[in-house]
Design a protein around this ligand. Structure first.
Ligand SMILES: *[C@@H]1O[C@H](CO)[C@@H](O)[C@H](O)[C@H]1NC(C)=O
Ligand SMILES: *[C@@H]1O[C@H](CO)[C@@H](O)[C@H](O)[C@H]1NC(C)=O
Length: 217
């Protein structure tokens, strides 16, 4: 009888160990990958552009509109596919994530255009959307924002139906509430908005802009 109890206890122990070792996947990090399959670094310079570059070039800043100087700059897609666009730093902003080595999907970040701070045009250099629920130009992405502020609060998420199974592609969401913005508690898809031949990044109803990361040299 005693041995039966003992073996039952042993069986229970095995069961406990077995169930405890089951979930290695929960808590795994969803890293962001560049076109070469490398993990995208936190706070390091990258270009972003479409999966199929025939659809236009990379994302860049423009400081002219209708030949007039504008300030701060708009964030737009270069019309020429040969152009990789500007270099931007995707920077995790939560206190406990600031020093992470790699970016993760669905984690709040700011996007720094990396220009000299307090330049002639703008005091701050983070991408921002002043009002995602308003019509353009208020819903267009510009620079000039400060980090960890509602208007500069974004996240990178996996593109739901990727164009290519060979590369990781993503879309950008604007989530003002997550960085101390005001409700509503929701995120807004960022897509391309065409205005007089210029393709702006913007919160608009169109298909979300699908892009890939390319490490800048
Ligand atoms: C830029 O200037 C503003 C005010 O003129 C100041 O508050 C801010 O700290 C400056 N930023 C940097 C990065 O020097
Ligand atoms: C964002 O884009 C995804 C993919 O196209 C779509 O399923 C979702 O409904 C969009 N969300 C909003 C709030 O428009």
């Amino acid at each position: 009888m005693k041995s039966t109890i003992l073996s039952y206890a042993a069986f229970l122990l095995v069961l406990i160990f077995a169930t405890q070792s089951i979930p290695p996947t929960t808590g795994a990090k969803d890293f962001v990958y560049d076109v070469t399959g490398e993990k995208v670094l936190n706070d390091a310079p990258y270009s972003i552009g479409p999966v199929i570059w025939a659809k236009g070039g990379g994302i860049k800043l423009t400081d002219t509109k209708n030949n007039k100087k504008i300030c701060p700059s708009y964030v737009v897609q270069d019309p020429a596919e040969v152009n990789k666009g500007g270099k931007f730093l995707f920077t995790l902003i939560s206190d406990n994530e600031k020093h992470e080595k790699y970016l993760q999907t669905s984690h709040i970040l700011g996007i720094d255009s990396g220009r000299p701070k307090n330049g002639s045009c703008e005091k701050w250099t983070f991408w921002q959307i002043s009002d995602p629920e308003a019509k353009p130009p208020s819903s267009l992405v510009t620079t000039g924002g400060t980090i960890d502020d509602g208007p500069t609060c974004f996240q990178v998420v996996d593109y739901p139906k990727p164009t290519s199974s060979k590369v990781h592609s993503y879309m950008l969401q604007h989530c003002p509430y997550y960085c101390g913005g005001t409700p509503p508690v929701r995120c807004y898809n960022v897509s391309l908005y065409q205005d007089k031949g210029t393709r702006h990044l913007s919160v608009s109803r169109g298909t979300p802009f699908e892009f890939v990361f390319q490490k800048a040299k």
